[in-house]
Design a protein around this ligand. Structure first.
Ligand code: ADP
Length: 283
């Protein structure tokens, strides 16, 4: 077990129940103005699993992540992390990574990565230790003194992941983290993410619109309906823990992506119908 996982105290572990790490129970989210983003959504994340969420554009994927992380409050229902209801904040132990490059342009890579630790008053030796670990894990050792503008999009996204990692999250939520990257870089970043997942023992929830990404990275995939979104089907991949993008050559990969595509196509067509102007008859 990793040091990160050991940090979870026994009482919390017991409260979390057998293997359950985070849970959404009948969660709904209606935005001001009346947009119904999430229908009653149930989600149970097992401790240490890699779970991806796919769904048509605008179905509520980011909303689900915002509510699960504590960034946004649900309109109804309940969200629990390690057995405790969220209290309107992102709980200690939860890290979030977004698609957009969130690095600070005026700080070098090392200062970007350690920003949160310094703000939290973590002592210098511990900061150095965590920085060293994150730089190694994300392949950034030679870039510690570089500035974001000197890096490619993929490298900048590594910096953002490293910045989350040094906070030692037990659950990492990622919202389309590779969405802005080209196909080859996305593949490499997917493999990096699997390494991070194995090295930290963290539970990972990945929001993605890419079926192949979901199919090759995940233990389980939740498919969302058209808006108002909820999870309509969960697929278990049964991939070994030691895996990388080469798993795409496995015959099972084709079967998984085919099933995902069937579900997603149906829901995407519904989304298209929703976005058509109403066909009211002229009076
Ligand atoms: P996805 O991530 O699946 O593309 P989102 O969760 O971003 O979907 O959005 C779901 C729906 O809620 C969309 O129709 C979107 O326009 C709407 N929405 C998202 N954020 C807000 C907001 N802050 N205020 C009003 N509507 C929002």
């Amino acid at each position: 077990m990793s040091a990160v996982a050991r940090k979870v105290d026994d009482a919390t572990r017991e409260a979390a129940g057998d293997g359950l790490h985070a849970e959404m129970r009948g969660v709904t989210r209606v935005y001001p103005g009346g947009i119904h983003a999430l229908a009653a959504t149930d989600l149970r994340l097992r401790r240490g699993e890699f779970y991806s969420v796919i769904g048509p554009s605008g179905c509520g994927k980011s909303t689900l992540l915002d509510v699960l992380s504590g960034l946004s409050k649900p309109t109804g229902g309940e969200v629990l992390f390690e057995g405790r209801p969220l209290d309107g904040r992102v709980p200690e132990g939860v890290g979030v990574v977004f698609q957009e490059d969130a690095s600070f342009a005026w700080l070098n890579v090392a200062d970007n990565i350690t920003f949160g630790l310094r703000r939290n008053g973590v002592d210098a030796a511990e900061i150095a230790r965590r920085l060293d670990h994150a730089l190694r894990l994300m392949g950034l050792v030679d870039f510690a003194t570089a500035y974001p503008a000197q890096l490619s999009g993929g490298m900048r996204q590594r910096v953002c992941i490293a910045r989350t990692l040094v906070m030692q999250p037990r659950m990492i939520l990622l919202d389309e983290p590779f969405g802005a990257l080209d196909a080859q870089t996305r593949l490499v970043m997917g493999d990096e993410l699997l390494k991070v997942w194995r090295a930290t023992g963290a539970t990972v929830l990945l929001i993605t619109h890419a079926l192949d990404e979901a199919a090759m990275l995940s233990d389980r995939i939740g498919v969302m309906s058209a808006r108002p979104g909820h999870i309509i089907e969960e697929l278990e991949t049964n991939w070994p823990r030691e895996r990388d993008s080469r798993i795409a050559a496995d015959p099972a990969f084709g079967a998984i992506t085919a099933r995902l595509w069937t579900l997603l196509r149906e829901e995407s067509l519904k989304t298209l119908q929703q976005s058509k102007p109403s066909q009211g008859k002229p009076s």
